[in-house]
Design a protein around this ligand. Structure first.
Ligand SMILES: Cc1ncc(COP(=O)(O)O)c(C=O)c1O
Length: 364
């Protein structure tokens, strides 16, 4: 265990405030007592307020990693005998495809390489050709590379074709602008431990109330990941399974802190973090993998410099207190990732650039 805080440059779990970490230590609490239900209701209502969802939206909580929310949404929302169109331009699009297939859902994939955003015209053509498809699923921010998909444009073409949209916004909700309420989006999934700046263990689906109501009576594909059961039970101030009580308490504190900072200011802080990082890394000769118009302001994939391998760079950064993140799959051999989410500030990003500078001097 480190005797000081690491600067986490992996895309979640991200650095948290001392008050969020402190909220983990709380009096023991039974999850079927009013004190827990009040906390759960407060978190659900805060989530809806923070996305300006109003009465038409509900938050449904799951104890599990982010994938639990993704799997719950996909397994629950696509009706029997209908299909799912999945945008696949990274590990997490591919995961949605695998989840749908594991649940026996008919799928169609729109595949691109890992630095190319989905083309809305391709979505429209696929939907026109396949009337059985009821939903389009896409990742807003592909954490594989830091690629942003154009959710609003995809939603517009899906609406024209009378289809619904499911968005994995795991690593971008509250860190990049996203209008979750846009028609025809029915569900947006994220977790406590990324741009919300809580700790891992709780994931959530923000869902359109009408889409949740439409699930009543439909046989579930999963017992634990049944979106309707979680929603209906949470609406009655109860919980179908044992939730991560302390993690929810920390998430409540993270939500209070996000309300204090505001979503707009957090997005601006992350954008400034990314600018400081990218300017500094450019001075050191690092190039960014994703082309300019498609980059998020949350995570950057940098190409490794000639003669510089990932592992020694990782270890040299770690010795200085900074945790960088490998590329996924074979990207690892030529690039690495640096995230700037969490409590990090532009001043921290200056320190990150200074650490890279010192590491390059050491390693050359
Ligand atoms: C876009 C995206 N979707 C899904 C996930 C899966 O989340 P978890 O690892 O918490 O299950 C991640 C994790 O980084 C992610 O970035």
């Amino acid at each position: 265990m480190a005797d000081r805080d690491w600067i986490l440059l992996n895309p979640g779990p991200a650095n948290t405030s001392p008050t969020v970490r402190g909220a983990l230590v709380m009096p023991d609490l039974c999850h079927r007592e009013p004190e827990f239900f009040q906390m759960m209701r407060g978190c659900r209502e805060r989530l809806v307020r923070l996305v300006a969802g109003g009465g038409a939206w509900r938050a449904v909580l799951f104890t599990g990693s982010g994938t639990a929310a993704v799997e719950a949404a996909i397994a629950s929302l696509v009706p029997p005998a209908r299909g799912l169109l999945v945008v696949n331009n990274g590990v997490y699009g591919d995961r949605m495809l695998r989840i749908a297939r594991a649940h026996g859902i008919t799928t169609e994939a729109l595949a691109y390489d890992h630095v190319t955003p989905v083309k809305p015209d391709d979505v429209e053509a696929a939907l026109r050709a396949q009337p059985a498809i009821s939903h389009v699923a896409l990742v807003h921010h592909e954490t594989t590379t830091g690629l942003l998909n154009p959710v609003a444009e995809v939603a517009r073409v899906a609406a024209r074709q009378g289809r619904r949209v499911i968005v994995d916004a795991m690593s971008s909700l509250f860190g990049e602008p996203l209008d979750v309420t846009q028609e025809p989006i029915d569900a947006v999934m994220a977790s406590a431990n990324k741009c919300l700046q809580g700790v891992p263990g709780i994931a959530f689906v923000l869902a359109r109330r009408a889409a949740l109501e439409a699930l009543e009576g439909r046989p579930p594909r999963s017992v634990y990941l049944d979106l309707y059961n979680h929603w209906a039970t949470q609406e009655r101030d109860n919980t179908p399974f044992t939730p991560a009580v302390q993690v929810l308490h920390a998430m409540e504190q993270a939500l209070v802190e996000l309300e204090g900072e505001t979503v707009v200011a957090r997005i601006a802080r992350y954008a400034e973090n990314a600018r400081v990082l990218r300017d500094g890394m450019a001075r050191l000769g690092f190039e960014i993998l994703v082309p300019p118009g498609a980059r998020s302001a949350i995570l950057t994939t940098f190409r490794l410099l000639p003669g510089l391998a990932y592992d020694p760079l990782h270890d040299a950064m770690k010795r200085r207190g900074f945790i960088i993140y490998a590329g996924q799959g074979d990207i690892r051999t030529y690039a690495f990732r640096v995230s700037n989410m969490g409590t990090l500030t532009p001043k921290d990003m200056d320190a990150v650039v200074a650490a890279f500078t010192a590491c390059l001097e050491d390693l050359r």
